[in-house]
Design a protein around this ligand. Structure first.
Ligand code: C2E
Ligand code: MG
Ligand code: MG
Length: 648
């Protein structure tokens, strides 16, 4: 079955034909209790040596008493049985390594331990039956006492496993009651009643302890707010899954789900609404994911899903992506919380992993990376972690590291791309930053500028760009190179930095005359719309007082809403090169560009068409009435000397 998975939501994966075929496993509640029992196996494990000692040492005393009372042969057989059972118990004790055991292996171990325990109590019941008949040597007193003792041991050692204590306590007491009844005297009837009561009390004590333990376990494994499993439980489950995969040579997946802009809900509507929203998100997720998959809340607005076991990576990947897609659309449906209608989307990282994987924390980290890639791709998206993502992230980290030293190592420079008018005369230049890294070679600003913005390095880098640009403009003026405009790209983070206006004031005073300052154009992108518009506008106005103009760069790629065009004091639009390339053959872009030109005309903005690569596109735009151009067709970005030569 091929379902449509294409579209903007999916990155870097191949669609496979095969349906998800999971290895049959147990249903969820059963799994949960099994896992809890497995945990309690640890407790039982610690009791094994004590039980072995109880069989061997008091058993030796029993052997001696049997010899004295003339029942040596059955006592000897019984003791031999004890030795065998103890050896088996010790073998089980040694072969227990919970962290290294897969689920199947643990289940096998638990089964063997229950066999050992049943044999252990059966042996004590057997010796009771033999000795209780020896009234003449008073062995029956000892037998009665031991039977009560053995039942107490059952109640206190086996309480974490009802599967064991539920049959053992009543059967041990039952033997005692039968014996008392068989005496046929009034005091023995009373003792039979007392034995029944004692059995009930022991049973009740074990059951209560078990319930307490279960509650404590539940609390330790669950998230209070949503009732989902918590991080600690999830980590255990993941480790368990990794062991299981080793046993079956299979694979599984992780989905990390993070809500988009959840903080805004918390900040604007309060934490109470935020909490209710998270509860509803948890409920929807629980409904959407298959029963056998695991779901946990890692904290905040982060949830994680662990899939079942699959035989093939293809089937696993397909199922993971299908599930992620289903979650995306379910979580996007409108929420009604305390009278508020809330729309929220999610970003999901997917990591498919196999039995070869060793380290659970790097699995989670990689799922996290994929999730952040989904955020980076505009949110409301699914990204599958693969080699390509891993490379990209590695490169990202490397750029981040090396960029710190780029300025000190003189690796950053500026180049200048001419802007021309309709007669192909150079009327201006755009400054474009270049990084020639000694380690990575030439790195495109499209790669490192966003990283510089994220890390805050753009502030220092931006200052360097302004200083270099202003110094060049002054130098060109001195050499008589007359330009109408000189454009510098400015990023939002730079623009909104508290120091920016003062910095620009100081630099213009140092380098530029007022006439030169009026040639400056700062190119901003539509990302300013996402920022605090009031401060953007007020900063722009302060800079406009110095004579600096603004241009809206890459127009048409972002929000492109008319209302903000009216709000922002820009005097120029730069049509993104995406609309310009192959313009002659693309009717949609033709219509868009003529609309942009009309709007710009109405608003009194000048328009620069970027990325002109062909004469025919230039002529077409010229015909439409566009007057300013930039692109490889006229010139590549040049260094300062190259630009001077071209101009001369
Ligand atoms: P942008 O401001 O839109 O700059 C135009 C980009 O288009 C430049 O890429 C330029 O080399 C390229 N270009 C120009 N003509 C053509 C053409 O005909 N065809 C094609 N395919 N491309 C053309 P570049 O230099 O790689 O810069 C990319 C982006 O990086 C810039 O886009 C700008 O957003 C950012 N950037 C560059 N320098 C700076 C800077 O100094 N500060 C900041 N904040 N951002 C910068
Ligand atoms: Mg630009
Ligand atoms: Mg541009």
């Amino acid at each position: 079955m091929r379902e449509s998975l294409e579209g903007p939501l999916y990155f870097g994966y191949a669609l496979l034909e095969n349906r998800a075929v999971s290895i049959p496993s147990l249903s969820k509640p059963v799994l949960y209790f099994l896992r809890m029992e497995l945990k309690f196996c640890r407790f039982i494990h610690r009791q094994i040596p004590v039980m072995v000692m109880l069989s061997l040492f008091p058993g030796l005393g029993y052997l001696f008493l049997g010899w004295m009372a003339g029942v040596f042969r059955p006592a000897l057989i019984w003791y031999a049985g004890n030795i065998l059972a103890s050896l088996y118990g010790l073998w089980l004790y040694r072969n227990f390594d919970l962290p290294q055991m897969g689920e199947r292996e643990q289940n096998r171990w638990c089964f063997r331990v229950s066999v050992f325990i049943h044999v252990f109590f059966a042996l004590w019941a057997a010796i009771f039956i033999v000795y209780v008949r020896e009234n003449a040597s008073n062995l029956h007193y000892i037998a009665i006492f031991t039977q009560i003792g053995a039942t107490t041991v059952a109640a206190s050692f086996l309480y974490p496993m009802p599967r064991l204590f539920r049959p053992i306590i009543p059967s041990m007491m039952f033997l005692l009651v039968i014996y008392f009844l068989s005496i046929g005297e009034w005091f023995a009837y009373v003792l039979a009643i007392f034995a029944t009561i004692l059995g009930g009390v022991l049973f009740h004590a074990a059951t209560s302890s078990y319930k307490l333990l279960k509650t404590a376990y539940r609390q330790a494994a669950h998230d209070q707010l949503t009732g989902l499993n918590n991080r600690q439980y999830f980590m255990e489950r993941l480790q368990q899954m990794m062991m299981d995969l080793k046993e079956v040579q299979g694979c599984s997946f992780l989905l990390l789900v993070d809500l988009d802009h959840f903080k805004t809900v918390n900040d604007s509507l309060g934490h109470g609404v935020g909490d209710s929203l998270l509860q509803e998100v948890a409920r929807r997720m629980r409904e959407t994911i298959p029963e056998k998959d695991g779901l946990a809340r890692l904290g905040g607005d982060e949830f994680i899903v662990i899939g079942q076991e699959f035989h093939t990576a293809g089937a696993c990947e397909l199922q993971a992506l299908e599930l992620a897609k289903a979650l995306l659309s379910r979580l996007k449906e409108t929420y009604l919380v305390s009278g508020h209608r809330i729309y929220i989307s999610a970003s999901i990282g997917v990591r498919v992993f196999s039995h070869e994987e060793q380290d659970s924390s790097s699995l989670i980290r990689e799922t996290d990376i994929a999730m952040y890639e989904a955020k980076g791709a505009g949110r409301d998206a699914v990204v599958l972690f693969n080699e390509e993502v891993s490379h990209r992230v590695e490169l990202h980290l490397q750029i981040e590291r090396l960029l710190h030293f780029a300025l000190e190592n003189n690796e950053i420079s500026l180049c200048y791309q001419p802007m021309v008018d309709e007669n192909r005369h150079i009327i201006g230049a755009e400054c474009l930053v270049r990084w020639n890294s000694s380690r990575l070679g030439k790195v495109s600003p499209e790669r490192f500028i966003p990283i510089a913005e994220q890390t805050g390095l753009i502030i220092r880098l931006g200052e360097f760009i302004l200083v270099t640009a202003f110094a060049t403009l002054r130098e060109w003026q001195r050499r008589g190179m007359n330009l109408q405009q000189f454009s510098v790209n400015v990023s939002v983070r730079q623009l909104l930095h508290h120091d920016f206006v003062d910095l620009v004031k100081a630099l213009t005073q140092r380098y530029l005359s007022p006439e030169l300052t009026e040639k400056l154009v700062f190119e901003i992108t539509e990302t300013v719309i996402a920022a605090d518009m009031r401060s953007v506008v007020s900063t722009m106005n302060e800079l406009r007082e110095l004579g600096i103009r603004f241009s809206m760069d890459d127009f048409g790629t972002g929000y492109s809403s008319l209302s903000y065009l009216k709000q922002l004091p820009v005097s120029e639009l730069k049509i993104d090169r995406g609309f310009v390339c192959n313009l002659c053959k693309d009717e949609e872009n033709q219509a868009l560009i003529s609309a942009i030109l009309q709007i710009a005309g109405t608003l009194g903005l000048r328009v620069v068409a970027e990325g002109i690569e062909k004469e025919e596109d230039f002529l077409y735009l010229q015909n439409l009435g566009c007057r300013y151009f930039q692109g490889y067709h006229f010139s590549l970005p040049l260094d300062a000397a190259g630009f001077q030569r071209l101009l001369n």
